[in-house]
Design a protein around this ligand. Structure first.
Ligand SMILES: Cc1cc2nc3c(=O)[nH]c(=O)nc-3n(C[C@H](O)[C@H](O)[C@H](O)COP(=O)(O)O)c2cc1C
Length: 340
């Protein structure tokens, strides 16, 4: 089925160390999105296709397509990596990351750093289009420091032959601070001759559909809020079809945490710092558990998977029928440095 048949489509965001084959299959069990984009393959002089990312791209949870994503700036090595990708004819989608805001990334002029050089984006996309005849897309922010180059960049996208673009409505320098500018996504969607997927702070199914309507976007992409609420894609479908929307309780959340433990964390026995990885998920889940942040605080101090699960039992099973908050509590913060 062509990707944009059933608009607005829902997409799980690529998230490094999160959006892998195991997490995608847990998400699919809770109610699958229409499309996945895997975390990026780094492309540079010595790069190959990283095994774990390749496993993600080749997996098809619930038969749903998974896009590969590249982050890089060297046209020769991007073309070389496309040739590596072509060895897997089942891969049908390729995305270019021009939005990553991590300073250690953008300082190398890759990811969000490319937004400072619109001409470089043109040159990379030309090479990608020449070498890849399947679906090609970009995932970008509104600009590097300001939105001053947004129209120029949309013009480049219009000439590049890409198939769609995802826009996170913040600049790179904003990291995850400040309000997402949905008005700017709307403007970009009106100027762009391919479908736009809106991204950024789509905290609930209702908000996601309202933003799609307001911006004219043909799809919505959800990242952190799908870690917190893995049922969000199911809820979007239910709302779209005028059905009663699933409302998870703390018991549902506990069962989700058990899936994370069993199907993601413990599945890989070599994984070091398993509790650190588990906390990556719990940091977001905690935002809907209690307004006082008691679960968030205690969970951060727990050491080892068993202690973490005990903490989850204490906070999630004490009152299992309590509704899980539909919005994150605004006073709680998953990552104090706002980088991720
Ligand atoms: C932990 C984490 C890792 C991310 N890794 C990637 C990535 O590999 N590629 C990418 O394009 N964006 C990446 N992003 C950005 C997300 O795809 C998304 O644009 C961003 O989180 C905003 O959407 P949200 O408000 O729904 O989370 C990452 C975000 C987070 C939180």
């Amino acid at each position: 089925m062509p990707l944009f048949d059933n608009q607005p489509i829902s997409v799980l965001a690529p998230m490094q160390d999160v959006t892998d084959a195991d997490f995608m299959s847990v998400i699919a069990e809770c109610g699958a999105p229409d499309f996945f984009i895997a975390e990026y393959f780094r492309v540079h002089e010595f790069s190959t296709l990283e095994k774990n990312v390749l496993r993600t791209v080749l997996s098809r949870p619930n038969e749903i397509a998974v896009s590969a994503q590249f982050i890089g700036e060297d046209e020769f090595h991007i073309a070389r990596s496309i040739n590596l990708l072509k060895k897997y004819p089942q891969i049908e989608y390729l995305d270019l990351n021009i939005g990553c805001p991590a300073p250690k990334v953008y300082r190398k002029n890759v990811g969000g750093g490319l937004l400072k050089e619109p001409k470089k984006i043109r040159s990379i996309l030309n090479v990608m289009r020449e070498n890849w005849d399947k679906s090609l897309s970009v995932k970008m922010r509104l600009g590097f420091e300001s939105q001053d180059h947004l129209e120029e960049i949309i013009g480049i996208l219009n000439e590049s032959g890409i198939n769609f673009a995802t826009i996170h409505g913040r600049t790179v320098k904003q990291l995850y601070r400040g309000k997402v500018d949905y008005g700017a996504i709307k403007k970009a969607a009106s100027l762009c001759n391919v479908p736009i997927i809106a991204n950024g702070d789509l905290t609930t199914a209702k908000k996601a559909l309202q933003v799609a309507e307001f911006t004219g976007a043909k799809g919505v992409m959800i990242g952190r809020h799908a870690i917190r609420n893995p049922w969000i894609f199911r809820q979007i479908k239910e709302l779209k079809h005028g059905e009663k929307m699933f409302e998870p309780t703390l018991l549902d959340v506990y069962e989700y945490v058990e899936k994370i433990r069993n199907k993601i964390i413990m599945k890989n026995p070599q994984i070091r710092y398993a509790d650190g990885r588990m906390k990556k998920f719990l940091n977001f889940i905690a935002l809907g558990v209690d307004e006082g942040g008691n679960f968030l605080r205690e969970m951060r101090h727990a050491r080892g998977i068993d202690a973490l699960m005990e903490c989850c039992k204490k906070h999630l099973l004490e009152n299992p029928s309590k509704p899980f908050a539909p919005e994150p509590y605004p006073n709680l913060c998953p990552r104090p440095n706002h980088e991720l």
